[in-house]
Write a protein that binds this ligand. Structure first.
Ligand SMILES: Nc1ncnc2c1ncn2[C@@H]1O[C@H](COP(=O)(O)OP(=O)(O)O)[C@@H](O)[C@H]1O
Ligand SMILES: O=C(CO)[C@@H](O)[C@@H](O)COP(=O)(O)O
Length: 558
C-alpha cells in the first residue's frame, strides 16, 4: 500500500499544503489558503489602529485556518485514505514570532490585548526593530562577543532578539504578560501536537543559538536591558531539538481540523529556504542551492566550521543534521526585473507583448537573448533594495553605468540580470575564499521556470554548471520529506533525511553549462563590477548614503 506525507509551506501571503507520495516524492495534490488578514502593515484588524512604517504583522489564527482548509482539500482532491498519510512536516518564513501564554494561547487573541500591535505575530519582514538591532550589535561588539562571527558580523533587525527587545521597549506590559516568545514555525507544530518544541534551524539562524555554546549568556542580555536578563529561562527554552526529529503526534483536535488520523507523526519545524536544500537533492557539502525568486537565498553545506564575513549565518544542524548549514542572500533579484517592467518599459513594447500574447518579461528575455555579453556597454550595481550579502547594508542603492541615447530597454533588462549574477558570484567567491567549497549550483524557486536567459547568464558569470530541482513546490516537498522521516521506517517512512532525499528529491534533465566565449567577456565585466562594488559599497565614496540622507531630510521638511 503506498504511503504519503503532507508538507505545509507557510509563506508571506498564504499557506500551501502538498500531499506527496513517499516512494518517489511525486506531488499528488496541492491546495493553497490565502491568509484572511494577509500581511498586516497598515491597520490592525478590528480596532483599525494605524501601524507605524516598517511594521509587518500577521494573525496566528490564519495559520490554523491553513490546517483547517488546505489539508482537507488535498485529502479530498487526491482521494487518499488519511490512514495512509504517515507524517506531516511544516516550514515557515523566519524570523516570524509571537508572544503567547504558557499554554500557547497567542496574546493577540485575548480581548484585553486585541488592540495592542505588539501582541500580534511579527512577520519576518517587520523592520521596525532596527534601533534595537543596531544597539545589540554595538553592545555585542563593545563587549567582544564572538557569536557575531557566526552571523557574518551583524545580527539583523529581522531576527528574534531585536523583535523581543522592541516589544519590551515599546509595550512593556505585553512583554511581561508574555509567558513564552516563540517562532511561528514552532507555534504551529505546538498546535498540531499539543507539545512545545523549539527547532535548531530558527534557534540557530535567528536567535543566536549554537549547538556548542547554546544562547548568549545572561550577562549579555543584562547588558542590553536588565529586564531581559532571564529571557531564555523565563520565556523561551534551552531545549533545542534538531531538525530531522519527530516533534510529537497529531492531537484529537488537530485531527478534527485536518481530517488526518490522531497520532500521525509531526516533524520538528523548519524554515522555507532551509527545507528546500534536501528537496533539491543536496545533503552533502560542495553544492550551493539557490532559491531564486523575488530574492535569492544561497544555501551551502559544509562538514567544517568557517567564519565567512557578510553572510547571514551558519548553524550546525541548521539544514541537515550533523552538518554546518551556511546561508547568504541577495535581497532583490526578481524585484529588479519587476520594477523595470512596471516603471521603465515604453508603451510600444507593452503593445508588442499584448499583440503577440506574451508576457512582457518573455518579450524582453527574447530581445535580450539576441545580445552578446558586453555588447550593450552597460554595467549595473544590483542594490535596488540594499545589499544583504556580503556588504550587509540596507542603505546602498542601485546604479546603471554606460547608458547612451541609443540604449534599449532589453539592454537594461539584460544588464540588471547580469548585475544580480555578479552579486551571486561575489557570494560564491566569498564562501570559497573562506574555505566553504561551492563546486556545483542547483537552482529552485520561481525564476528557473520563468527565464532561461537568466539561468544561462548565471552559468556564464559564475563559470559553474547549474542544475534545476524537479519539484515545483520545493519547500513543501522538503517539509513532506521531514514528515516521512518523523514517521520513521517502521511506519513506511525513512530513517533519516539522507534516505528521504535519495528517494523523494530529484533534479530535472535540464543543465545550464557555461559558454566559454561568454565567460571570457563576463570575467572582464565582473572585474569592473568588483571595482564599483567596493568603491560604492565599502566606504570609498558614500554618495549613495548621502543621497539617501538628503532625500530623507527633504521629505521630512515637506
Ligand atoms: N519571466 C521573468 N523573468 C524574470 N523575473 C520574473 C519573470 N516573471 C516574474 N519575475 C519576477 O519574479 C519574482 C517572483 O518570483 P517567485 O519565485 O514566483 O516569487 P517568490 O520569491 O515571492 O516566491 C517577482 O519579483 C517578478 O518580478
Ligand atoms: O529569511 C528567510 C529565510 O532565512 C525567509 O524565510 C524570508 O526571507 C521569507 O522568504 P520568502 O519571501 O517566503 O521567500
Amino acid at each position: 500500500m503506498p504511503k504519503y506525507a503532507i508538507g505545509v509551506d507557510f509563506g508571506t501571503e498564504s499557506g500551501r499544503a502538498v500531499l506527496v507520495d513517499i516512494t518517489n516524492g511525486q506531488e499528488i495534490a496541492t491546495a493553497v489558503y490565502t491568509y484572511a488578514n494577509g500581511v498586516i502593515d497598515e491597520v490592525l484588524p478590528e480596532s483599525n489602529l494605524r501601524l507605524e512604517p516598517d511594521w509587518a504583522l500577521q494573525d496566528p489564527e490564519d495559520y490554523i485556518r491553513v490546517f483547517q482548509n488546505a489539508i482537507p482539500a488535498v485529502l479530498q482532491q487526491s482521494g487518499v485514505n488519511p490512514a495512509d498519510v504517515i507524517g506531516i512536516g511544516i516550514d515557515f518564513t523566519a524570523c516570524t514570532m509571537l508572544p503567547t501564554l504558557k499554554d500557547g494561547t497567542p496574546l493577540c487573541v485575548l480581548p484585553q490585548y486585541r488592540n495592542r500591535p505588539h501582541a500580534w505575530v511579527k512577520l519576518w519582514k517587520h523592520h521596525a526593530a532596527q534601533p534595537e538591532a543596531n544597539r545589540l550589535n554595538e553592545i555585542a561588539t563593545e563587549l567582544g562577543y564572538s557569536f557575531l562571527n557566526r552571523y557574518g558580523g551583524k545580527i539583523s533587525s529581522e531576527w528574534f532578539f531585536p523583535k523581543v527587545w522592541q516589544i519590551l521597549n515599546e509595550d512593556p506590559e505585553i512583554y511581561f504578560a508574555a509567558e513564552r516568545f516563540i517562532e511561528a514555525a514552532d507555534w504551529v507544530v505546538w498546535q498540531l501536537t499539543g507539545e512545545e518544541t523549539r527547532n535548531s534551524c530558527t534557534a540557530g539562524y535567528k536567535a543566536i543559538w549554537s549547538k556548542q555554546e547554546g544562547f548568549p549568556p545572561r550577562e549579555f542580555f543584562r547588558a542590553l536591558d536588565p529586564r531581559l536578563e532571564n529571557i531564555v529561562d523565563e520565556k523561551m527554552s534551552r531545549q533545542i531539538v534538531s531538525i530531522g526529529q519527530c516533534a510529537g503526534y497529531l492531537t484529537e483536535e488537530a485531527a478534527r481540523w485536518t481530517g488526518l488520523k490522531p497520532g500521525t507523526a509531526v516533524a520538528v519545524a523548519n524554515v522555507d529556504a532551509h527545507v528546500s536544500v534536501p528537496a533539491s537533492t543536496v545533503t552533502e557539502e560542495g553544492k550551493m542551492v539557490m532559491i531564486m525568486g523575488t530574492s535569492i537565498c544561497h544555501m551551502v553545506l559544509s562538514r567544517s566550521e568557517h567564519f565567512v564575513p557578510g553572510i547571514c549565518g551558519y548553524v550546525e544542524d541548521g539544514i541537515i543534521p550533523g552538518i554546518f548549514g551556511y546561508e547568504a542572500g541577495q535581497s532583490c533579484v526578481g524585484d529588479h526585473f519587476g520594477w523595470f517592467v512596471e516603471q521603465c518599459v515604453p508603451e510600444h513594447y507593452q503593445q508588442e507583448a499584448r499583440q503577440r500574447g506574451v508576457d512582457i518579461h518573455a518579450l524582453l528575455e527574447e530581445k535580450a537573448a539576441q545580445l552578446k555579453p558586453g555588447e550593450s556597454g552597460l554595467l549595473a550595481l544590483d542594490w535596488w533594495n540594499g545589499n544583504r550579502s556580503v556588504l550587509v547594508d540596507v542603505d546602498l542603492t542601485g546604479m546603471m553605468l554606460g547608458m547612451t541615447l541609443l540604449t534599449k530597454p532589453e539592454e537594461i533588462y539584460r544588464a540588471l540580470i547580469e548585475a544580480t549574477a555578479y552579486g551571486t558570484r561575489v557570494i560564491i567567491e566569498t564562501f570559497v575564499h573562506h574555505g566553504v567549497p561551492v563546486n556545483e549550483l542547483i537552482a529552485t524557486g520561481g525564476l528557473p521556470d520563468r527565464n532561461k536567459l537568466l539561468m544561462q547568464i548565471y552559468a556564464d558569470v559564475t563559470g559553474r554548471e547549474i542544475r534545476v530541482a524537479a519539484a515545483h513546490q520545493t519547500p513543501a516537498l522538503g517539509s513532506a520529506m521531514f514528515g516521512a522521516v518523523a514517521a520513521g521506517k517502521s511506519a513506511g517512512g525513512y530513517d533519516d533525511i539522507f534516505e528521504a532525499a535519495k528517494h523523494m528529491a530529484h533534479l530535472r534533465d535540464e543543465v545550464y553549462r557555461p559558454i566559454p566565449e561568454h565567460q571570457q567577456v563576463y570575467d572582464k565585466l565582473y572585474q569592473e563590477y568588483l571595482i564599483l562594488h567596493d568603491y560604492f559599497g565599502r566606504g570609498a565614496n558614500d554618495v549613495m548614503k548621502r543621497l539617501k540622507a538628503l532625500k530623507a531630510s527633504i521629505r521630512g521638511k515637506v
